[in-house]
Write a protein that binds this ligand. Structure first.
Ligand code: SF4
Length: 225
């Protein structure tokens, strides 16, 4: 496996842990508000090869105990499960960030993971506006994660027009019984669709309203606003 980006230290990407973060290139969605447009479309390099990444991770093991594999969408790379297995064998806690569109790949990764963060971006009927017409995988991935026994979170960037009161109710139904749901604030900058740069984010009060609705469906709602 190879990666388009590598952040050596992060205090915010893995709850309560100090982690390195790896970013894969390519994605099977086209969220108009995506901030990683350069990774999602036509990335041609440079790449960090797996050998190089592992060497750096091992040299930093006294500072970090965890690795986050993010993207783009990492499950698009068939080499992901084997790479995660290596990380696990080397003693790292491993977190995967995924959009949930490839449940079969997710299932293969589970034995090597200690944490999964899956985006639940909007209600099922709104997903075509993010670039996919086939949404059955989203519900399947939610189920796989909830039954996995791993620590996990479902998370949502509260983008106006994509996340509104009615969609939050429907998202609540999608994740009913989950442990943690996180709402994060939308930052209108460097978006894949430039018109999204002009969208005014929801107020914190509005996002708290979303959280109050979601509390009817899940055990705990967190805000990153
Ligand atoms: S926001 Fe995430 S899932 Fe959406 S296009 Fe960007 S990388 Fe892909």
């Amino acid at each position: 496996m190879r990666f388009a980006g590598f952040q050596k230290t992060s205090l915010i990407d893995y709850p309560d842990r100090v982690a390195s973060v790896l970013f894969s290139a390519g994605c099977n969605l086209r969220c108009p508000y995506c901030h990683n447009g350069d990774l999602v479309e036509g990335y041609t390099g440079p790449f960090h090869e797996e050998v190089e990444i592992i060497e750096i991770l091992l040299s930093r093991k006294r500072y970090i105990d965890s690795v986050v594999v993010s993207g783009g969408e990492p499950t698009m790379d068939p080499g992901l499960p084997a790479f995660l297995e290596k990380l696990r064998e080397l003693g790292f806690n491993v977190k995967l960030d995924t959009n949930g569109l490839k449940p079969d790949a997710l299932r293969e990764c589970l034995p090597y993971l200690s944490y999964v963060a899956m985006d639940v971006k909007t209600s099922i009927e709104n997903y075509p506006s993010l670039g996919t017409g086939d949404t059955s995988q989203i519900s399947e991935s939610i189920k796989i994660i909830m039954e996995s026994g791993l620590d996990y979170e479902f998370r949502c960037t509260a983008v106006p027009g994509i996340v509104e009161l009615e969609s939050v109710r429907k998202m609540g139904e999608m994740v009913r019984g989950a442990e943690i749901f996180v709402f994060q604030q939308y930052k209108p900058e460097k978006t894949l669709d430039p018109t999204y740069n002009d969208i005014i984010p929801h107020t914190e009060e509005q996002i708290r309203e979303f959280a109050a609705i979601m509390e009817n469906y899940v055990e705990k709602v967190l805000l990153r606003v």
